[in-house]
Design a protein around this ligand. Structure first.
Ligand code: PGA
Length: 253
C-alpha cells in the first residue's frame, strides 16, 4: 500500500523565528494523522533545519532538505553533504527541483549524481521532473519528462530506486497560480509509472509514490488526489501558511 505523501517546500522563505512558528503550527494541526494515514514532510532552508527539527518534536513530520552536494566531504566550499543532512535529522532531499534546473542551471547528469549521493548517504531523494511552457506547447512534454527520468535514475539498481519518490511539477504551474488540470497531471503521472515499469518492473513501479506539484492549494488538492497515479503533493507557496498546508494534508488523507 502506498501511503499518501505531502511535502512542503519552503524554498528561500521564513527565518529562524517564523520557521519555528510555522513548524509548530503544522505539527500541532496534523498530530492525529501525520505518519499514520499520511506521510508529511517540511523542507526548510538549510540553515533552519535544526531549529525546525526541534520545533517538530515528536510530531512524526519528517524533515527534508532542498538540495544536496554530490560528494560526501572535503574541500567543497559552500556545499552540504548527505551525511550532514542526515546528521541534523533530514529524511528526504529534493533533487532536480525546477528552480535548481532552470534558475541555477543544473543538468540531468548532476541531478543523477545528487540522487545517488542522497541514497548512499541514507536519505530518500524526491526526484523532480517537469516541462517548460514552451515544451508543453510544442508537444514535447513526454519527451522532456522521459529524458529527465531516464537520466535522473541512470545507474540505479532496483533496491536503490525503491528509495526514490518522484515528483511531477510542470514548470509553468510552479508559483504562477496556473495549474495543470487533474487530467493533464494524471497523463504525465501515468507516463512516469509506465517508464518505471519499463526500466524496472511492475511491482516496483506500483510501490513508488509520484507526487504532483505546481500551485497546489486547499481548493485543488482533493481533485488531484483522486487521480489514479497521483500519490501525494509537493507544495510550495501554500506550505508557508499553516492553515493552507494543513488543509492540503487533510485533502490527501
Ligand atoms: P508552488 O511551488 O506550490 O508555489 O507552485 C511548488 C514547488 O516548487 O515545489
Amino acid at each position: 500500500m502506498r501511503r499518501p505523501f505531502v511535502a512542503g517546500n519552503w524554498k528561500m522563505n521564513t527565518d529562524s523565528h517564523t520557521g519555528v512558528i510555522l513548524a509548530e503550527a503544522i505539527a500541532s494541526a496534523v498530530l492525529e494523522f501525520a505518519g499514520r494515514s499520511v506521510d508529511v514532510a517540511v523542507i526548510p532552508p538549510f540553515i533552519y533545519l535544526q531549529v525546525v527539527a526541534r520545533a517538530l518534536g515528536a510530531s512524526h513530520i519528517a524533515l527534508g532538505a532542498q538540495d544536496v552536494y554530490i560528494e560526501s566531504k572535503g574541500a567543497f566550499t559552500g556545499e552540504i553533504s548527505a551525511s550532514m543532512l542526515k546528521d541534523v535529522g533530514c529524511a528526504y532531499v529534493l533533487c532536480g527541483h525546477s528552480e535548481r534546473r532552470h534558475v541555477i542551471g543544473e543538468p540531468d547528469e548532476l541531478v543523477n549524481k545528487k540522487v545517488m549521493a542522497a541514497i548512499s548517504g541514507g536519505l530518500l531523494p524526491i526526484l523532480c521532473v517537469g516541462e517548460l511552457l514552451a515544451e508543453r506547447e510544442a508537444s514535447r512534454t513526454n519527451e522532456v519528462v522521459t529524458r529527465q527520468i531516464k537520466n535522473g535514475l541512470a545507474g540505479l539498481s532496483v533496491e536503490k530506486v525503491s528509495a526514490v519518490t518522484m515528483a511531477y511539477e510542470p514548470v509553468w504551474a510552479i508559483g504562477t497560480g496556473l495549474m495543470a488540470t487533474p487530467q493533464q497531471a494524471q497523463e504525465v503521472h501515468a507516463l512516469i509509472r509506465g517508464l518505471l515499469v519499463e526500466m524496472y518492473d511492475g511491482q516496483l513501479a506500483d510501490g513508488i509514490r509520484i507526487l504532483y506539484g505546481g500551485s497546489v492549494k486547499p481548493g485543488n488538492a482533493e481533485d488531484l488526489m483522486h487521480q489514479r497515479d497521483i500519490n501525494g503533493l509537493l507544495v510550495g507557496g501554500a506550505s508557508l501558511n499553516a492553515d493552507d498546508f494543513t488543509a492540503v494534508i487533510q485533502a490527501a488523507v
